[in-house]
Structure formats: structure tokens, C-alpha cells
Design a protein around this ligand. Structure first.
Ligand code: ZN
Ligand code: MN
Length: 136
């Protein structure tokens, strides 16, 4: 929590609970997910508090905003470069930690120097896949 000292917002107990929920969370929660989880402990907390805390964290580079789920933004406390695998059925997002040596031909990348990439893989997770098999 010490590292969040310079977030630029007053660290109220509610905001600390939001930070605590996000820290090390591998589930890529949406603002609504975070609100639901933290409002159990802080029933008077507003969704606006979640949004402005997320905004501040994103601006300071403590979290990444993911747009791979068209229905809602998801947030990732793991800010080092990595890839994502999304279940097209339940929208679960899994981290992929692997390097893919992708080369873009010079005539395509022009005068850009490539510094990274973010690959979105799509698939069906075991929970959704098994459910589908049972229904048949
Ligand atoms: Zn799924
Ligand atoms: Mn991730």
C-alpha cells in the first residue's frame, strides 16, 4: 500500500479497500465488479468513488485499462507487458505470460520502432466448454 502514497487522491478507507481488492487480483475486474466487492464492507460507497480512484491509478500507471471486453472496461494491476486470453462465452480474461516473436516487415511498420505488443486471444474456458458438452 506504501506505493500508492502518490496516487494524487486522499487515501480514505474506501479507496484503500479498492486498492486492496485490486492488488494482485488476476481476474481483470470491471468498475462494477470492484464496486460490488468493496461495497460489502462499505455500503455507503458510491460508484463515482470507484471510477475516480481507477482514473487516478490509471493516470499514475499503477493499473492498465483493458478494452478487450466490448461490454465494459476491465482493470489490470499487472502493468508489465503481457497478453490476454478471453473466453468468448463468460468473458473471463486470463493472463498470458509468453513472448511471441512477431516481426513486422519494414514496409509495413514504416519508420516506427516497435517497442511492444499486446495480443488478444479468444477461446472458450473449461467451465463454458464443459457446460456446452453437457447440454448436447
Ligand atoms: Zn468461460
Ligand atoms: Mn492481465
Amino acid at each position: 500500500m506504501q506505493k500508492f502514497k502518490n496516487i494524487g487522491l486522499k487515501l480514505t478507507p474506501q479507496r484503500l479497500a479498492i486498492l486492496g481488492f485490486l492488488e494482485g487480483n488476476p481476474d481483470h475486474p470491471s468498475a462494477e465488479d470492484i464496486y460490488k466487492a468493496v461495497s460489502v464492507q462499505f455500503p455507503t460507497m458510491s460508484l463515482a468513488t470507484v471510477y475516480n480512484t481507477l482514473d487516478a491509478l490509471r493516470e499514475k500507471g499503477y493499473i492498465i485499462e483493458l478494452t478487450i471486453d466490448p461490454a465494459k472496461k476491465r482493470f489490470d494491476p499487472f502493468t508489465k507487458m503481457h497478453h490476454h486470453l478471453i473466453c468468448t462465452s463468460c468473458k473471463r480474461v486470463k493472463d498470458i505470460h509468453a513472448d511471441f516473436m512477431l516481426d513486422i516487415p519494414e514496409q509495413v511498420r514504416g519508420d516506427f520502432r516497435i517497442t511492444g505488443n499486446h495480443i488478444e486471444f479468444y477461446g472458450v474456458c473449461p467451465v463454458c466448454g464443459n457446460g456446452h458438452e453437457r447440454r448436447i
